[in-house]
Design a protein around this ligand. Structure first.
Ligand code: ATP
Ligand code: MG
Length: 422
């Protein structure tokens, strides 16, 4: 679990702002659900034989009433719970998005943490393939907004439960024949969740899963039509995709379209975003049956990938640093700074750290002003103040290189000058 500190946190804020703007363009609205949910919600929602439920959940007992609780390992189950609890679908489908921390008890490594952050989008109550496509287009637009390159889209269809059942029987028969090539985990899941075996990361098992029966060959007409409709919309939008018949996803709740955005630049943790359709989860969690589709991206992985690439991110610039030679100037200086900030100027006031040094020498204050990265210094010297002015000094090349006095009476006349170096 990591602390996110400045200056890194500015990248987080930048990304979050991009997401908010984009979600508004697609008419997705923000939902915020609790970080803790009843354990049963995840067991029922994600499926008992999944990595998350089997070994990754932070679960505990509420000491007051003995209730079993879990720190959310993902947010779809919570969003669906909230949708059902508040009857959000009573007047039609809803497009929602969230951002926030998730918790999984995994082995920490690059791109894999125990508290990590997801941004997710969910469209609930819509059955059409165009919504699956809209979801993918939304994610693709986000990569473009962020300036993220080198991500590719993989898609598959998991079909419907009856189609999965026929495939499952064939898959189990095939895996039984090849039992000697299965690792311990695969053997354990052979009858409880054979589909997940296809998703193994064990290199020794790649050959056996490569040759396994493909779910796509068991899809009926309606499922294939849905899948083709999604692909046609992606094609019409110039979004490249690769059909990956072995793409299954970690949770049990998916059906029909599933997809992942992956990159080769992050080592083993190359999936930055995953999602799909989950038409049976709402009913599973106790709501009236309704279709849904969604995705979640891993913020840490996206930021890590962005770090290596040229993006639109610029660290926020401080406009001005207030140099205050004598403490007696503080009341006037601070009144002025308040006025500038109300005009959207970013100002840092000099504040001495020690208890007994007064405001500190001019030299040390200018050193701090330089280190702050500010474009200008505002000097509240006694002589300038006596004239009703403040001295504005450019601190960096390109900021004018000179100095001039401005009136304290009319901040609006020169606030724009301070903002000119952003
Ligand atoms: P993986 O196969 O890497 O374990 P997953 O299938 O468990 O991923 P999802 O549950 O689909 O992941 O979560 C969506 C995204 O959240 C992932 O694609 C990834 O970017 C991110 N993510 C998942 N687990 C972690 C983690 N422990 N630390 C950081 N990011 C994570
Ligand atoms: Mg995982």
């Amino acid at each position: 679990m990591n602390d996110i500190l400045p200056p890194d946190s500015a990248r987080w804020e930048w990304l979050e702002e991009k997401v908010r703007t984009l979600m508004a363009r697609y008419a997705y609205r923000n939902i915020r659900t609790p970080i803790v949910e009843p354990t049963a919600l995840f067991v029922r929602g994600l499926g008992e034989v999944t990595d998350i439920v089997e070994k990754e959940m932070y679960s505990f007992e509420d000491r007051l009433n003995g209730e079993q609780l879990t720190l959310r390992p993902e947010s779809t189950a919570g969003v669906v719970r909230a949708t059902v609890e508040h009857s959000l679908l009573y007047d039609g489908g809803k497009r929602l998005y969230y951002m926030g921390p998730m918790f999984r008890h995994e082995r920490p490594q690059r791109g894999r943490y125990r508290q990590f952050h997801q941004i997710g989008a969910e469209a609930l109550g819509f059955h059409g393939a165009e919504i699956d496509a809209e979801m993918i287009l939304l994610a693709d637009a986000l990569w473009k907004e962020l300036g993220l390159a080198d991500v590719r889209l993989e898609i598959n269809s998991l079909g419907q439960p009856d189609e999965r059942k026929a495939h499952r029987a064939a898959l189990i028969a095939y895996l039984e024949q090849n039992a000697s090539q299965l690792d311990e985990e695969a053997r354990r899941r052979l009858y409880s969740n054979p589909l997940r075996i296809l998703d193994t990361k064990n290199p020794a098992m790649q050959a056996v899963v490569e040759a396994a029966p493909r779910l796509v060959d068991y899809l009926g007409e309606a499922s294939l039509a849905h899948f083709n409709a999604v692909k046609a919309i992606l094609d019409a939008n110039g979004v490249a995709w690769r059909f990956n018949p072995r793409l299954v996803r970690g949770m049990d709740y998916y059906n029909l379209t599933v997809f992942e955005f992956v990159t080769d630049r992050l080592g083993a943790q190359g999936t930055i975003c995953g999602g799909g359709r989950y038409d049976y989860l709402i009913e599973q969690i106790g709501g009236k049956p309704a279709p849904a589709v969604g995705w979640a991206l891993g913020v840490e992985r996206v930021l890590e990938l962005l770090k290596e690439q040229e993006t639109g991110f610029r660290a926020p610039v401080l406009d001005a640093y207030a140099v205050i030679p004598d403490a007696s100037a503080l009341p006037v200086a601070m009144r002025t700074l308040q006025g500038l900030r109300a005009l959207d100027v970013r100002v840092q006031m000099h504040s001495p750290s020690g208890p007994s040094e007064g405001m500190g020498s001019m030299k040390s204050q200018f050193k701090k002003a330089d280190a702050s990265g500010a474009a200008f210094a505002l000097v509240f010297g006694a002589d300038e103040l006596a004239r009703g002015n403040v001295l504005v000094k450019a601190l960096r090349d390109g900021a004018g290189g000179q100095q001039s006095e401005y009136s304290l009476q009319d901040l609006a006349a020169w606030a724009g000058h301070l903002q000119s170096q952003r």
